[in-house]
Design a protein around this ligand. Structure first.
Ligand SMILES: [Ca+2]
Length: 152
């Protein structure tokens, strides 16, 4: 995949919630050839919940031209990709939630055809896994012992 990046400052990192993320120029059409990274870093023990209000991107069968990719991570780790979306795939109210304290949203547009773009609200919510982790952590030694025993 090749794209030429126009120098539009659209990377953002957020450590306070709630907040909004949107494509450049929203609600006007986004420019061609942009790549934006929106990174939400919640405090430890929180998850990031992202709710889309608006989503209109150039449509393509494999979302290879213009797309939004959402990662369950601080970085764009392919193995932690939640999904890649284009066209009008995300209806207003579509919600994503991270399993950890970080979420990474990548927005890419190619060199032709643009649409209105997207707007979404993020909020940091108490982590579903946090209580679980804090309960099991004193037993981690015990659990790893079981793993060792099972492997043997
Ligand atoms: Ca395009």
């Amino acid at each position: 995949m090749y794209f030429h990046c126009v120098d539009i400052p659209c990377d953002e990192t957020f450590t306070v919630s709630p907040g909004m993320i949107e494509s450049p120029n929203y609600p006007e059409d986004y420019p061609d050839n942009v790549l934006c990274r929106k990174v939400m870093n919640a405090p430890t023990g929180n998850n990031v919940r992202l709710t889309f209000y608006d989503f209109v991107l150039e449509d393509s069968q494999e979302c290879e031209w213009d797309y939004v990719s959402i990662y369950d991570s601080n970085a764009a780790d392919e193995e932690l990709l939640i999904g890649t979306y284009c066209g009008t795939e995300l209806a207003p109210g579509a919600v994503f939630e991270s399993t950890g304290s970080d979420m990474h949203v990548l927005f890419v547009s190619d060199g032709s055809f643009h649409e209105k773009g997207f707007q979404a609200m993020f909020e940091f919510v108490p982590g579903k896994n946090y209580t679980f982790h804090s309960i099991v952590s004193p037993r981690e030694g015990f659990l790893s012992m079981i793993k060792v025993i099972c492997l043997v």
